[in-house]
Design a protein around this ligand. Sequence first.
Ligand code: ATP
Ligand code: MG
Length: 410
Amino acid sequence: MRLSQLAFKPLKEAPSDADTKNHQLLVQAGYVRQLMAGVYTYTPLGLRVLDKIRNIIRQEMNSLGAQEVLMPMLHPKQNWLQTGGWDNIDVLFKIVSRTKKEYALGQSHEEVVTPLAKEVILSYRDLPLALYQIHWKFRDELRAKSGILRGKEFEMKDMYSWHETQENFEMFFNQVKSSYIQAFKKVGLIAKVTEASGGSFSQKISYEFMVLTDAGEDDIFYCDNCDYCVNKEIAQVKEGDTCPKCQGSKLQLARASEVGNVFDLGQKYTKDFDLTYMDDEGTKHYPIMGCYGWGTTRTMGVIVEKYNDEKGIMWPQSVAPFDAILINVNLDPSQAEEIYQSLSKQGIEVLWDDRDNESAGSKFADADLLGIPYRLVISNKTGSKVEIKKRTEKEVKLVELGLVKDAIAI
Ligand code: ATP
Ligand code: MG
């Protein structure tokens, strides 16, 4: 892709209203635009990052045997009355039509997915079943701030599963937990798993996936010697206490952002919608249900909070919009074009900064701001070679054009 043709290019100045790094850097580099507090557009560049995150999660959910669906965002009031959510969930956006019919905008999808699953879960042979989607949610959040970390409109991967027995549910629940930890690693995040009480309807166990960052809104106690971690909100322990799990270290207090969570919903929703299955003797039962959320847009923001320096973003390669950014210092444009084509043919995703109205210096600064993992420089000094620099390192090396792909290890 040619940077000269990119619709949203890096800006010289950071936005003045940005209170967090992710807001500041994502807007300045050209990944997002704010429409109003908590509502953002993802530019072509931003969408490339979001797509990489989505696909990493998608792969992981598919490998658990879950199937992807896409459910409506506009929901009938009746479904929300049926679960009590209409009157009890304060973040629920409610809409009145011109004929005075009422609707809800999806803040989560239990109210849609449970009646949907009812159509296909009839007998024990239809269980277990897991469905997921990657879709936008709406929440009337009072404190929509912190850039894309907390939106009124945001994207989530939400998965739901149904099981014959508690045992079968727990097996799947644990598989999802480990799969989340793996997938968070793939996008460059170390997620700590906290034990928390269940959501608004359930006192059952749930786990939150927390990434340490000062831009987060949760306080957690964690042990640096083992994996013990709890949310301060519900904790029986305090800072400096000996770790109750390993007794090997003192608990530390830290700020964190919740990037995902998994809930045991029990039979709450299957009972609300009378979703039953028949066992092999013809008796009806309510399946056990679980739900598994992952904030995709929040994940993008948290990655920026974790991976930045004074010059800009430093995307982990797995989610970077491009593998490399190509800068031509003083070669003939037709020679530069040939090199760009050759790199693209090698299968490298290259953003070519072909702007002729910017100095090499400001192109270098923009390359750092954009945070693309490798900078490739060509000039009349590099000859048949390309000068490669990693965004996170200082050293440069000269590599033959045909060997660039090996050098950047994609
Ligand atoms: P929080 O405590 O941060 O409000 P939550 O407990 O309401 O989160 P869920 O309803 O379980 O979260 O949603 C699943 C995931 O969706 C969260 O773990 C988080 O990553 C993301 N998420 C929730 N609310 C928002 C929001 N307003 N903006 C962006 N992402 C969000
Ligand atoms: Mg919330």
